[in-house]
Design a protein around this ligand. Structure first.
Ligand SMILES: *[C@@H]1O[C@H](CO)[C@@H](O)[C@H](O)[C@H]1NC(C)=O
Ligand SMILES: *[C@@H]1O[C@H](CO)[C@@H](O)[C@H](O)[C@H]1NC(C)=O
Ligand SMILES: *[C@@H]1O[C@H](CO)[C@@H](O)[C@H](O)[C@H]1NC(C)=O
Ligand SMILES: *[C@@H]1O[C@H](CO)[C@@H](O)[C@H](O)[C@H]1NC(C)=O
Ligand SMILES: CC(=O)N[C@H]1CO[C@H](CO)[C@@H](O)[C@@H]1O
Length: 382
């Protein structure tokens, strides 16, 4: 019986401790990642898609971006009513910001240069003093021409000559025939005026729309305020929340906190040449140029990040879908775009946000009849 000392004894206490720690860390990490993946597939908090009746992956709904800015002047009641009667989107998206007297108005940009050819901010005017809409044409930012310039909407006689308020929209919707109350509002607040948001909330209650409206704010801090103003209103995550969501997901942490999530929808961009042209402008690079020149590093970084997010979005978006959180993709605007968009986000898109709700609806109806045919054929061929 040779008395070889056990190997472990050769290690000092410190070394032994480090070894154990390593082993635990390794196993712990494996467990942490494994359980995260498990939760990603089988979320504890399963949801329903917010009473919108979305059943399976094949049911994709439409949101009319800025009320459908290809078919009428953006963010106006007339365009909204046209959309409801002609193309029946499930969501009417509007941009809402404030005047000096805290009236919620339907304007996209922070100044009035696009509709009124005045570079002054909306907050400089009381509602009744807002300048007239004078523009003869207005850009549809997510619809680029071949040279990268945006497609222009030609203003028609029937289009509103005034900047409209949220109340005017609600009034128009109240008298528009909408069987079964199918159409929901999707409000995108801008600016930092909390009083205006409270007023908008009061109006939504008054017009009995509060339980048929998703709201969101482009600013992260204000977005949290929405939660405080009315916890029960379904909220669209702010861009910042979406970024944080992805970072947590990449670190395998998202499924662990999914229960505490308050938002009921996320908006994610569909990156196409049109979107890139828009992004280039945002980052102040040279105007509407397609090829390289003027692309600054911020633009390129943002684009790479978006592409990486899109690439890795599959499991996360499927998870959101299972939790009952709507995944909205914006803003594809042609049949080609819709096909590409559904391919890129294979099976994870709940809602297409588009400036052409009529076209999108046609496309989706054709698609679902094709899908139905496929599923009908399959059983007999087996
Ligand atoms: C539509 O909504 C209004 C107001 O919320 C409500 O009074 C009405 O009963 C609803 N109609 C249907 C068919 O659900
Ligand atoms: C909405 O329309 C109904 C009649 O269709 C009317 O009774 C009601 O007062 C309107 N709501 C508001 C807030 O104006
Ligand atoms: C919203 O509330 C009204 C009553 O105020 C009700 O008639 C309607 O069905 C509700 N809509 C939804 C989608 O829950
Ligand atoms: C989408 O995913 C399904 C399986 O879920 C697969 O059969 C189909 O080929 C995919 N489509 C595309 C365009 O990748
Ligand atoms: C799928 C695709 O490429 N869609 C569109 C992207 O944007 C350009 C406009 O710059 C369209 O022409 C494409 O159809």
């Amino acid at each position: 019986m040779s008395q070889e000392p056990p190997k472990v004894d050769l290690l000092t206490r410190g070394e032994r401790f480090r070894k154990t720690l390593k082993r635990f860390a390794f196993r712990g990490t494996l467990f942490y990642m494994g359980y995260s993946i498990l939760l990603l597939w089988w979320p504890k908090q399963r949801g329903f898609n917010y009473r919108l009746g979305i059943k399976g992956d094949n049911d994709v709904i439409v949101s009319a971006h800025r009320c459908g800015s290809y078919d009428g002047l953006e963010n106006t009641a007339a365009t909204a009513v046209h959309a409801i009667t002609k193309s029946k989107p499930r969501f009417l998206h509007v941009d809402v910001r404030s005047t000096k007297d805290h009236v919620p108005i339907l304007v996209h940009g922070d100044d009035l240069s696009r509709p009124c050819h005045q570079g002054r901010f909306t907050e400089e005017f009381n509602f009744k003093d807002l300048p007239k809409v004078v523009t003869q044409e207005i850009d549809i930012p997510f619809m680029a021409n071949a040279d990268g310039s945006p497609t222009m909407y030609k203003v028609k006689n029937l289009d509103s000559k005034k900047i409209e308020s949220l109340e005017q929209l609600l009034k128009a919707l109240n008298t528009t025939d909408d069987p079964e109350n199918r159409t929901w509002l999707q409000i995108e607040f801008k600016g930092k005026d909390e009083e205006m948001i409270r007023e908008a909330h009061r109006l939504l209650k008054e017009y009995k729309r509060a339980n048929r409206t998703f709201w969101g704010h482009v600013d992260d801090e204000m977005s949290i305020k929405l939660k405080k103003i009315d916890y029960n209103m379904p909220r669209v995550a702010s861009p910042g929340e979406v970024h944080t969501m992805f970072i947590k997901y990449w670190l395998f942490a998202y499924p662990y906190i999914a229960r505490e999530v308050h938002y009921k929808a996320v908006w994610f961009p569909y990156v196409n040449e049109s979107f890139k042209a828009n992004l280039r402008q945002q980052y102040g690079s040279s105007k509407y140029k397609n090829v390289g020149d003027g692309d600054n590093w911020k633009y390129r970084l943002r684009l790479r990040l978006l592409e990486f997010m899109t690439m890795t979005s599959g499991p996360l978006f499927r998870h959101l879908h299972r939790c009952g959180i709507l995944v909205m993709i914006g803003v594809p605007n042609s049949i080609e775009d819709y096909e590409d968009c559904l391919k890129k986000f294979n099976g994870t898109v709940d809602c297409i946000m588009t400036d052409r709700p009529g076209l999108a609806r046609e496309f989706l109806e054709q698609r679902s009849s094709k899908l139905e045919k496929k599923t009908e054929v399959q059983p007999s061929s087996i």
